[in-house]
Design a protein around this ligand. Structure first.
Ligand SMILES: *Cc1c(COP(=O)(O)O)cnc(C)c1O
Length: 439
């Protein structure tokens, strides 16, 4: 069970000295958990359709080369949205044919590079399409290997978290399908470009109910049917249904599952799986979140206004969304003692604070936990996506190390996924080489 593996890993991390004076915060990734999620995703789609399916992991969720490499080995490709993410995918050995390039702000040079490599590209807007027109025309006929798609915004509305809802009436992503005349323009744009063979949608991330995700997929499916009817052939041959499966941050239960989502899709959009359309998915959080645990040492305990406070080394730098928007992003915290054994005892209400110098730097406010002591370890759960992997450099706090772990009969084995950032690196990345530039 994931929670047993986690307890073992925390104990071993403490015993093997992964938390130190210079590295009082560190991160763990459960290799078995990641493999299991990847295998579950593939199995669900294999069962439901005979069509080719590319699962492209949204790199922004966990931009770590060893993770991308592990997923590649598990048959999962990469969805990238910047030159940096593309470079990570390539460093992990993900081939161009298993890579998808999205992004609302692709430069001319990025588009050129993607088309030259043969990476799938989803155009975001008519201006980008015009750039691709020029690039395609400049390439020798028959040399465009990249599948090219168009991202549409079905404008189905927002989920619980506005900032992560990409299918509102005024979202910045894709072609707004319900705007006056837009649908006809999209159909025309496809008919004019025989090489435009894909449609893409991604309605949003955490906070979007499955029903809304499904409506977004149905909208692109219906649009593809309309385009193909108008073209008199199967011009749109692949549908990229995006990611966005929400994650349960409240318990160890993994819900909703990929199977729940696939079942709903096959009921509401049966044509999606009948084999006429190849599929691309772009799941991020749902593949990695549950498999990451952040560990931080409790440096001090104190109390203010009669509220006990544990000051730890994990705050805004590794849990940015939670610190700035705690109502939308509550995280579970588990208390361990200085030896890495689960702390038992009666819960008392306390604040779990981070190291950053602003008052809101709290991982949890008024949370019931066994009383934390100096030297204890707190584990912040479900942080494998968009947390320690998406560092925020406030107070020049160092990016923590990331360790993968495997449990076996001989105990827990750790492998370095990423080294901690050093103080020298912080200086170098902060203009250290240009110290006199402003004199
Ligand atoms: C962020 C993003 C994803 C992944 O979203 P998750 O909620 O992590 O599954 C997929 N596709 C696009 C285009 C994205 O921007």
């Amino acid at each position: 069970m994931a929670s047993d593996r986690r307890d073992q890993a925390v104990r071993a991390a403490v015993e093997q000295g992964l938390l130190t004076e210079t590295e009082p915060v560190t991160a763990l990734l459960d290799v078995a958990g990641i493999r299991a999620s990847a295998a579950a995703l593939r199995a669900v789609f294999q069962e439901i359709t005979d069509a080719p399916v590319l699962h492209a992991f949204a790199v922004k969720a966990t931009p770590l080369v060893p993770v991308l490499r592990l997923l590649h080995e598990e048959g999962i490709g990469a969805e990238v949205a910047s030159p940096g993410e593309l470079a990570l995918a390539r460093a992990a050995g993900v081939p161009p044919g298993r890579t998808v390039f999205d992004s609302p702000a692709k430069t001319h040079a990025e588009l050129h590079a993607a088309l030259t490599l043969g990476i799938a590209v989803n155009a975001d807007n008519p201006q980008e399409l015009a750039r691709i027109d020029a690039l395609v025309q400049a390439m020798p006929p028959g040399n465009v290997r990249s599948p090219i798609g168009l991202r549409v915004n079905a404008q189905i509305g927002a989920g619980a978290i506005g900032a992560l809802s990409t299918a509102t009436a005024t979202s910045k992503f894709g072609l707004a399908l319900r705007d006056e005349g837009a649908r006809d323009r999209v159909v025309r744009a496809c008919l004019d470009r025989p090489w435009l063979t894909r449609l893409h949608t991604h309605s949003g991330s955490q906070g979007l109910p499955l029903g809304l995700l499904t409506q977004g997929v149905r909208a692109v499916y219906e649009l593809a049917e309309e385009i193909n009817a108008a073209a008199g052939r199967q011009q749109i041959d692949t549908l990229d249904i995006g990611g966005g499966l929400p994650v349960n941050f409240a318990s160890d239960e993994e819900t909703p599952t990929f199977a729940d989502y696939a079942r709903l899709l096959s009921r509401e959009v049966p044509g999606l799986f009948d084999g006429r359309y190849g599929l691309v998915t772009e799941f991020g959080r749902s593949l990695l979140a549950k498999h990451g645990t952040l560990l931080a040492r409790v440096e001090y305990t104190k109390s203010a206004g009669s509220r006990p406070i544990a000051v730890t080394h994990a705050g805004a730098q590794v849990a940015t969304r939670t610190v700035y928007n705690p109502a939308s992003w509550p995280l579970r915290i588990v208390a361990y003692d200085a030896k890495g054994r689960p702390r038992t005892g009666q819960d008392i209400v306390q604040d779990i604070a981070g190291p950053a110098c602003f008052a809101g730097d709290l991982l949890a406010e008024a949370r019931g936990l066994p009383r934390l002591e100096q030297g204890d370890v707190v584990a912040v759960l479900d942080t494998g996506a968009y947390y320690f992997t998406n560092h925020y450099a406030y107070n020049s706090l160092a990016r923590p190390a990331v360790h993968g772990f495997r449990t076996g009969p001989d105990g827990v084995a750790f492998a370095t996924v990423r080294d901690a950032q050093t103080v020298d690196e912080i200086v170098a990345e902060s203009g250290g080489a240009h110290s006199e530039a402003l004199l």
